[in-house]
Design a binder for this molecule. Sequence first.
Ligand SMILES: [Zn+2]
Length: 326
Amino acid sequence: MTDSSTTHEADEPVVAARVVPATVGDVVVAIDIGGTKMAVGLVTLQGELIDRDKVDVDHRLPADALFGTLNDLISSQLARARDHHHLRPVAVGVGSAGPITPHVETISPLNIHAWKLYPLREKLTVATSLPVFGDLDAKALALAEGWLGAAQGKESFLAMVVSTGVGGGIVLNGQLLDGASGNAGHVGHIIVEPNGRRCPCGSRGCLEAEASGAAIEAITGRPPTSPTYEIMQRTGRLVGRAAASVCNVLDLDLVVVGGSVALGFGATFFNSAQETLDEHAKLSFARGARITSVRLGDRGPLIGAGAVAVRGIHRARRARAARASA
Ligand SMILES: [Zn+2]
C-alpha cells in the first residue's frame, strides 16, 4: 500500500502546473479572519476568486453575535454562488489569525477578544452543512503563493507575512509543513536580536518583537504607515536575518514576503532584506537565495483560504480511497 498521506499528489494546490481541471461548476467558500476585518469569497477549484465581500470586526459584540456578522456574509456568498454564478458550493476553507487548534476546531485570534477557543469549525458546519477545512492565515497564504503566485512551480519555499504581527508558512518538497500541532512556520519567533525586546511569547529579541508593525510603533513611537528610511532598512535587515536562518536550515532558495508592513516599506525594505540574506546565506546550497514580494496582492488571503479547502477535499478523497482499498 502506498503511503498517500505523505505523498504530494498531483492536484494539491501547491504547484499550479500539476493542478488538473476540476469538475466544472464547483466552488469553495473562502473565509479570511483577521484582527480587524473578516472577508468571505468564492474561489473556483482552479484558484480563481470570483466574488467577495468583507465586514469590519465589531469588537463590542459578544462571540456568537460576532459570528452572526460573519455568517451574514457567508449566506450572501452562498446565495450568489448558486443564483448569480450558477456554481455549486462544495466546501468551506478558512485562513485565520492564530492561535488556532488544528482544522480551526477552535480559534483564538489575539486581536479578537470575544473569540477565545471559539468553536469555529462546528459553527461553520452547522451554518453551511458543508465540509469545513481551516488553517493559520500565513500557512494559507503560502499555499496561495505556491499555487498561483510568486512561488508558482516551486517545490520548496518560505512565505512570510510582516504585518501587525509576523507569521509564516513553509512548503518543503511540495508539502505545506504542519508540525505536531499545526503551528509549523512561526518564523516571527526566530531570535534576531539577542537580548532584544521582550516578545509576547515570553522570549526576547524575536523577529515579531523587533520588526512587526506593533513593535515598530512601540519602539519608534511612529505608526508603520509613516516610517523613516532607517526603520524601513532595519526592518528589512531583521527579516533578511531570519530568512537566512530558515534558508540555511531547510535548503531553500526562495522567500516570498507579504503583509502591510513589508509591502508598505517597498523597495527599501526588500533591498535591505536581500542584502542581509546575501550576507548570511553562505552555504553552497543557500547562496543566491532570493527574497521577493507576494504576487497575489489582496486576493492572496482568500485564494489561500480556498487552497486550504481544495487541499482538504483532496486529502479526504485520498483517505476514503485508502480506506476502500484497505
Ligand atoms: Zn516571540
